[in-house]
Unconditional design. Structure first.
Ligand code: ZN
Ligand code: ZN
Length: 222
């Protein structure tokens, strides 16, 4: 049940932030992004990855790499919106490619969440800054309020839909270890890209290092 409600709340929090503060990707968001990347990566490494490898399926590694490839392909469409920046040109039309890529990403990351509470927290924390940045982009674009609303509502429902489908579909359940391995690949790529891009000019930033450390430590003690 939490896997249905929390992702939607995360998007609502992000939207509220964007409306109130109208952040032009300010420092606070960047720190939250760094924290979310470290936290998500740590949950995957500490818990989800060992769990996936304990399934005795000898093809796990292949499916992890497949997930990584899927995420790379999705980023051609999203231009990196799922790791925190929108390069999309605002043409005033509905950004269909961005929309489809983001929705697919959100659907996939939703699959294991009904069975994995800590991963659920990891994905929620990752979703909040993404929702802030995405909402800010959509609100500043020339798109109509109705288009923006449709985009955000469907986007918000995709992760819960993934979690729901996984509990309902016997096909997804049969291939549970393969599906989870795919999600590991997707999340590994997204979280490492967030961390990589958060230190683009490689300048030492004590605050950033601090929030990354806190992210790792919290995930370890979850
Ligand atoms: Zn990027
Ligand atoms: Zn994501």
């Amino acid at each position: 049940m939490l896997a249905i409600i929390l992702p939607i709340i995360a998007v609502l929090i992000g939207l509220t932030f964007a409306v109130i503060f109208k952040p032009a990707v300010n420092n606070g968001i960047k720190l939250l992004l760094s924290f979310s990347g470290a936290f998500l990566l740590s949950v995957v490494i500490f818990e989800f990855l060992p769990e996936v490898y304990s399934s005795n399926n000898s093809n796990i590694g292949i499916f992890i790499m497949l997930g990584l490839l899927i995420q790379i392909i999705l980023e051609f469409g999203s231009k990196g919106a799922e790791h925190g920046h929108v390069h999309h040109k605002d043409e005033g039309t509905f950004p269909i490619l961005l929309f489809i890529s983001l929705c697919l990403h959100s659907l996939i990351e939703g699959f294991p969440l009904a069975e994995n509470q800590d991963l659920l927290y990891g994905v929620i924390v990752h979703k909040i800054p993404i929702a802030v940045i995405l909402s800010a982009f959509l609100l500043n674009s020339k798109m109509s309020t109705i288009q923006t609303s449709i985009f955000l509502i469907i986007f918000a429902c995709m992760t819960p839909l993934g979690a729901f489908l996984k509990t309902q579909s016997s096909l997804l359940e049969t291939y549970s270890s393969e599906v989870n391995a795919l999600v590991v690949g997707v999340l590994l790529h997204v979280s490492t890209t967030i961390l990589f891009e958060s230190s683009k000019n490689h300048q030492f930033n004590a605050t950033k290092l601090g929030v990354i450390l806190i992210g790792i430590i919290i995930a370890y003690f979850l």
